[in-house]
Design a protein around this ligand. Sequence first.
Ligand code: SF4
Length: 428
Amino acid sequence: MIPFQPFYNMKIGVVDLSTSSAEVIPLVQERVSRYLGGAAMNSAILEGYQDDALAFGTGPLTGSFAPASPLMIATFTSSIFKRLCHVPLMLRTGPDMKFSGVDFLVVKGTAPEPSVVHVNHGVIRILLAPTILNMPVPEAIMELKKTSPPFQSLIITGPAADRGSSYASISIGTNGSLDKAGLATLMAAKSLKGIMLGGTDGLPFNKDNPAQGKELEKIISGDKNFKRRGFYAVLKNLEGGKDAGKYLKADRKKDMACYHCPSPCMTHVRYSWHDPRNQEMEKSEEGLLLLDHTGCIALAKKVGKNILPILWACLHYGLDPAGVAEMLPEGGAMTECINAIDKIISDGPPRTTDVSEANRLCGGGVPPIGTDDLWEKRVALAMVLGVCPIFLLRFPEITDTALLSFISTREEDLKTLQERLSSAISSL
Ligand code: SF4
């Protein structure tokens, strides 16, 4: 039997918002060895629930010593793409879910009042949170920090989702996310404001895994992409990225990495701006984490040099920058853009968006790095095993076998794992 135990808690949390109840059920070894995890396992789990249920899941390598292993995958029927989508969530969300004692979390039903779910030590609590309804994301987080049990990671919706906007996007902390498929809108329809992950426990993984992780880092350290770190290095190789980079000039503070990522693709910046609607106000200084490459390219095309304050407004209200870009006037002045954002939130126009069929499956947020064929294979691999899809696209020398070897190095196990991986990927 292939040993999945050290990679998972072997537990699924099931939340029923309509009754404010939760239970933890076993993750059956037979099932996990068939689907391995991530998006494939999420889909299999959701088959037993109604269409409006959503699943948050990890892969076997999420939180492990494999490089760039931050991945949590949210699976749900997208109201935008009219199909099942798998949205990748990075930073520390995946490890913190595992280290809170569950590997998968299913959310069904609708809460009678705005609620948040808190998970830690394998215990799930549903807490009422009516006070954070319509609060901008940073303020809602401050409020939750004051009133809720401690948490390491938080997935939260903002005022855009509260008002039913299909342009809403969930935020991981205050940083935004790659949700371009309506996860935030579905959460709001369920009166689910957020998921808080305590993340205070751990998992043993395999004893050889730290050395395997170091070996993989050594292999990729010779890749030209390894030293090209930060948001701008990835951005400039994408179509429209060089132009966007010119407008994103800001005080670059620090490149930021997700869990166990040796080559970050995100950058924290600071900038100053003046709100044209308030002439009496002094220039203010703001900071934000740049993590959404496709969102920034789309926004830069429309708003040019005003991109950072507009991006900040998107994060503040919990909006997808790429969706907002579709609605903004080209070359619009700052006031015009801010007014357009207010209108998106207040009028709730329906959204359609044009991305490739494969990217629809992954929620439309993974940047187009490499050829289409490579993109599909690498992203699917990432979404099953729990490794970052952007990282695997940047470092194609990391093979399927090298990743599966974290689970087992026995030849017969690897053969079985490879077969199961192919079948899990084709089930997506
Ligand atoms: S490549 Fe970027 S998104 Fe992926 S794990 Fe590294 S820092 Fe995070």
